[in-house]
Design a protein around this ligand. Sequence first.
Ligand SMILES: Nc1ncnc2c1ncn2[C@@H]1O[C@H](COP(=O)(O)OP(=O)(O)OP(=O)(O)O)[C@@H](O)[C@H]1O
Length: 236
Amino acid sequence: MKNNVLMQLEKISKTYIMGEVTVEALKETSLDIFQGELLVILGPSGSGKSTMLNIMGGMDTTSSGRVIFGDEDLSRAGDSQLTRYRRNEVGFVFQFYNLIADLTARENVELAANLVENPLSTEEVLMEVGLESRMDHFPSQLSGGEQQRVSIARAAVKNPRLLLCDEPTGALDYQTGKLILGLLAKINRERGSTVVIVTHNTSIGEMANRVVRMRSGEITEIIENETTVSPERIEW
Ligand SMILES: Nc1ncnc2c1ncn2[C@@H]1O[C@H](COP(=O)(O)OP(=O)(O)OP(=O)(O)O)[C@@H](O)[C@H]1O
């Protein structure tokens, strides 16, 4: 593996069989993900973006093909190896924040910090996402944007090598969405985490080092951006 490649997807396919209907969500798709890059995956609904992200994160398995992370072959990994991979290497941010309702912001983040050997400081990460005055609030006492910041802090406190985000701004208004993208860009820049953002919003591609376009389970185009635009300057 080239030494700046963090993850390799080699001809991965994913087929769902439901009775008589077969859906080919991914068709022999290959992609190298580079260390420290910010990658945006674009494509219409049903093009296979989330399936690919879930496979990258060890939350789903392939029907065929190989998934290589460092010197691990995740496509041949058992449950315990995949659990260790998800815990130690990957942070997830979803459209809906999936916070635990009866834990405070601080406790939600601490729960994730306790999973790994060398977490960052819960307080510091909550401060970085601008929640210093909200640490002891419960999710129901926070706005959607604030809840998404908690979920970013929860992912970032593990200091993961890979931060995977599935439509992170999908449930947020325009200004709040841009703030959230700014936080993801900051984690990429300052902590060096490789960040992958799945979205159907083409404008978000402007903040990426590379943009991957998908259609019908295949990558149709990979664009390298010579310059990146900071999220506050992106318009849609
Ligand atoms: N668990 C599943 N069982 C059956 N089919 C599935 C499953 N998950 C995804 N699919 C199908 O696989 C295809 C790709 O879905 P996927 O969610 O990866 O697309 P997407 O590009 O992320 O779409 P969206 O933008 O709407 O989230 C779709 O046709 C979808 O219906």
